[in-house]
Design a binder for this molecule. Structure first.
Ligand SMILES: [Fe+2]
Length: 436
């Protein structure tokens, strides 16, 4: 972790082979990378982040350079007074010349909703705090994808943090480390002030893959070790796809870079997960993917098509309300859509890959705009979904101006579970292999 030179050399050698990003798009005005160095002691926690881990539980994750630090979290509702503690587990990984620190994951709870908790990791270092999500509406999600770690990222994060929210959804492409492992550590430090105070729920993008022939053929080595999500708690056998409930919303985080065809584990898990949803308890269903199924930008055109063909029908029949995607470095909102046509019972698709990564913006859109595309703009920013009650939610997109976030798009959404023409839920209990 001390010297970056070998990692940068390796990064350049591997760059073209592993990126999966087309170079032909002009993406103006990327801003410089921010590298956050480690400035705490070897035993103190760094890169602290939290995530929802089953009903009334939270997972606290952090890294220490000292491998002997215990995976224990002390916590309570008063600063400095820790009435409870929990012990978890730790892991580490190697990637060529790089050895990670000790990565700790501790599940704490049961916790009360809408409550501030104060906590300390491993018995050392500063006190952190977070607020648990509410148990009922209203609830507000911040949404941003393709985040990276540039000055634009810092701008987006400052706008996210400037207004209260309950939970952040990140539809893939986190650190843009792209095999340069110290950048994973730097990213963890950059986001810690936000990710240690509100749950960050993420799914993987192409920049998380980091495969290398023969040596690391399966990929996701850093991502799975560092960003453990509640897949076991949601019956998934892979950290690359999972679901969770918060307030009255069921959130499904799908994986664009693992198998999704009708014989795959992900497909079978998704069918089972949707079949278990009780819309009286969770009237809203949100889904995140990385490569968008609907996209009128020339960047990454068609890359989500095979996944759309495999999975769109079961999401449609389950009356999923919104699908968030990343990957394309721009913002785009579609009308309710199914099978490439406007459909009042289909989800609203939103591309929000505009977090601020080093590659810059995807400036080229199809012309004329397809009429199912309602609003599109190549600017960095973030989105907010405020679910007000079981029937209505407000979606807004906030462009990064130089010093503030400007709301540039907004729409009121009605839950499909309350929409009279659409509220017949059609998920059947047939075999996952049956033709739907
Ligand atoms: Fe991507």
């Amino acid at each position: 972790m001390k010297t970056l030179l070998p990692h940068f050399l390796l990064f350049f050698l591997l760059f073209v082979a592993t990126m999966g990003v087309s170079p032909e798009y002009t993406r103006p005005h990327p801003r410089p990378l921010i590298f956050r160095p480690h400035n705490r002691s070897e035993s103190e926690p760094q890169q602290v982040h939290i995530s929802v881990a089953g009903k009334d539980n939270m997972r606290v994750s952090w890294i220490t350079s000292d491998k002997k630090v215990k995976s224990v979290v002390e916590y309570g509702k008063t600063p400095g007074k820790y009435e409870a503690s929990a012990t978890g587990e730790s892991t580490s990984y190697k990637y060529f010349f790089y050895s990670s620190g000790e990565i700790h994951h501790v599940r704490i709870g049961p916790l009360e909703p809408s409550t501030m908790y104060y906590y300390r990791c491993g018995g050392y270092g500063p006190e952190f705090s977070f607020r648990t999500p509410p148990s009922a509406f209203p609830i507000e999600f911040a949404v941003t994808g393709d985040l990276g770690q540039t000055e634009w990222t810092a701008s987006t994060l400052s706008h996210v943090g400037a207004r209260d929210y309950d939970l952040l959804l990140l539809p893939g492409d986190l650190s843009y480390a792209d095999t340069n492992q110290p950048l994973w550590d730097s990213f963890g430090r950059l986001v810690e002030p936000y990710a240690s105070t509100r749950p960050w729920m993420v799914t993987e993008g192409n920049h998380e893959i980091e495969t290398f022939p023969i040596i690391y053929p399966h990929g996701f080595r850093a991502y799975n070790a560092r960003w453990l999500m509640p897949h076991q708690e949601s019956g998934s056998t892979s950290n690359l796809y999972y679901s969770f409930d918060v307030a009255g919303a069921h959130i499904i985080m799908l994986g664009s870079y693992t198998d999704f065809d009708s014989n795959s584990n992900q497909y079978k898990w998704l069918r089972g997960d949707l079949a278990r949803v009780d819309r009286r308890r969770t009237p809203w269903i949100l889904v995140t993917i990385h490569a968008p199924w609907y996209n009128s930008n020339l960047a990454h055109k068609g890359e989500g098509e095979s996944m759309r063909k495999a999975m769109e029908k079961i999401l449609y029949e389950a009356r999923v309300d919104v699908v968030f995607a990343g990957h394309v470095h721009a913002y785009e909102r579609f009308t309710r859509v199914y099978d490439n046509k406007a459909d009042e019972c289909g989800p609203v698709h939103v591309t929000i890959g505009d977090g601020g990564n080093r590659e810059g913006l995807a400036m080229l859109f199809e012309n004329p705009s397809p009429w199912i595309s309602v609003y599109r703009e190549a600017s960095f920013g973030h989105g907010r979904l405020r679910i007000v009650n079981s029937t209505h939610a407000h979606w807004s997109w906030h462009r990064n101006n130089e010093t503030d976030a400007h709301m540039s798009d907004e729409v009121w959404l009605e839950s499909l579970s309350s929409s009279t023409p659409c509220n017949q839920i059609n998920i059947s209990s047939t075999s996952p292999n049956d033709e739907l």
